[in-house]
Design a protein around this ligand. Structure first.
Ligand SMILES: Cc1cc2nc3c(=O)[nH]c(=O)nc-3n(C[C@H](O)[C@H](O)[C@H](O)COP(=O)(O)OP(=O)(O)OC[C@H]3O[C@@H](n4cnc5c(N)ncnc54)[C@H](O)[C@@H]3O)c2cc1C
Length: 414
């Protein structure tokens, strides 16, 4: 791999930046692969990367119907945190957060991880009790979080109005090493590393059917022909149910559009991430100066990958009481992604009723933060048919009733 460094940048600058290699190619699909991953979002690419890095498997294709990173990975509000309640969730999200700490160095690609701190506001007594419980659980899990009072909230985020008439700030769950990263760069960094290991990333290649024989996967039908495989990893977020149907089974997943928006750029005014679950909105400031604002999911199932006016109004109206400065800002653009929601708001990393087919989905409104950890665990599951990090997230839990309830941690979309 061509190494990116200050020296290589300076050297290429003298040559008008000619001679850089493409970060990844456009290979022709081969007839058969050992493993095919469907979906070149962050989770699919990270899964392929750790299959190569941790298990030495390289005969892998990653198939993408659009362009890599063009799904939810390139549409989210980039919040990274690991302050979940249940042990199995804290384990995988904290693994992920800790991998983010050195991801730029590991991939030799600047993913702009910014551990600026995330606070989840408590604006009702009920919420305060909930976060107290999470802080205690996190202490036992080895995840560093703390419950802070209103004055500390104000100190960390001066633009906040702590004495709001309806929902005053009673405290917050604060995770100092949580933060954000550049979402596209995460996908691009993993893609470049996968291509360097000899894997084929095939864009504009939609999977239209899954071929099985005697209860085992044989390959996939695509818009670029039939491709054979020994194992199939399906990592397609909001399209998971459609892919499961192709393989002949159903998933406990619902797909809904989730929206976000950004304001016009302004001078730096907030250097932490704030989530306000009660009023339902969250906020951070991008390097360009835009306020990145996330809102709720649509109240009905759909596959529309776009924003709508009433969501801007609802989200901004909700946030104005807590952040009065927003009332004078113009909103610049909005967008939507199709997220995959499970009933217990926890993901699925699992074998399926068809031999050789594995699903990694159900990350819903909060899977960006999980990309490295999910890739790590799913690679292990694909390579060895078992991963301790993924074990609790198998499909069996829906049959056996072992739900991993994260409705508080996922109370606001993020
Ligand atoms: C507005 C919004 C805000 C969010 N904010 C946050 C946040 O702040 N923090 C956080 O942690 N998470 C957040 N999320 C959630 C996060 O974005 C997702 O959980 C995560 O990106 C899912 O990644 P993925 O790789 O599984 O899916 P995707 O990135 O969606 O990748 C799946 C890919 O599969 C491809 N595909 C689908 N069907 C086929 C097919 N038949 N053949 C081939 N390819 C196919 C798609 O084109 C897509 O590229 C947010 C999501 C949205 C929409």
């Amino acid at each position: 791999m061509q190494k990116y460094s200050v020296v290589s940048l300076v050297r290429k600058a003298f040559n008008h930046h000619r001679g850089w290699n493409r970060a990844w190619g456009s290979p022709e699909p081969k007839a058969k692969y050992q493993i095919i991953i469907i979906g070149a979002g962050g989770h699919g690419l990270a899964s392929a990367y750790y299959l190569g890095k941790n298990f030495g498997l390289r005969n892998i294709a990653i198939l993408e119907k659009g362009w890599l990173g063009g799904g939810n990975t390139g549409r989210n509000t980039t919040i990274i945190r690991s302050n979940y309640l249940q042990d199995s969730s804290a384990a995988i999200y904290e693994k992920s957060r800790s991998l983010y700490e050195n991801l730029s160095q590991e991939l030799n690609y600047n993913v702009m991880f910014s551990p600026r701190g995330v606070m989840m506001l408590a604006q009702t007594q009920h919420e305060l009790r909930g976060y107290k419980r999470t802080a205690h659980a996190n202490a036992l899990q080895g995840v560093k979080t703390e419950l802070i009072g209103p004055s500390r909230v104000k100190e960390l985020c001066p633009i906040i109005h702590i004495a709001g008439p309806r929902y005053p700030i009673l405290g917050a769950l604060w995770q100092a090493r949580a933060g954000t990263a550049r979402h596209d760069a995460v996908a691009w960094g993993y893609a470049r590393a996968c291509a360097d290991m000899g894997m084929d990333i095939i864009q504009r290649c939609e999977v239209t059917g899954i071929k099985c024989s005697n209860g085992k996967v044989m390959g996939v039908e695509t818009t670029r022909g039939h491709l054979g495989c020994e194992k199939l990893g399906v990592v397609v977020a909001g399209h998971s149910s459609a892919l499961a149907e192709m393989a002949g089974f159903r998933l406990p997943i619902e797909s809904v559009a989730l929206q976000a928006l950004v304001s016009e750029p302004i001078k730096p005014c907030i250097d932490v991430v704030v989530m306000a679950n009660t009023v339902h909105g969250y906020l951070s400031q991008s390097d360009k100066g835009e306020l990145v604002i996330g809102g709720g999911a649509d109240g009905y199932n759909n596959y529309t990958q776009r924003g709508s006016f009433h969501h801007i109004e609802e989200t901004v109206r909700a946030l104005i009481e807590t952040f009065p400065i927003i009332s004078r800002l113009r909103m610049l653009r909005q967008w939507g992604g199709i997220v995959d929601m499970t009933g217990d708001r926890s993901p699925i990393l699992s074998k399926t009723p068809v031999g050789g087919i594995y699903f990694n989905c159900g990350w819903g409104t909060g899977g960006f933060k999980a990309i490295p950890g999910s890739g790590w665990a799913f690679a292990e599951l694909l390579a060895k048919s078992y991963s301790p990090l993924a074990a609790a997230f198998s499909l069996d839990r829906f049959r056996e009733g072992h739900f991993i309830d994260e409705s508080v941690a996922a109370g606001v979309t993020h």
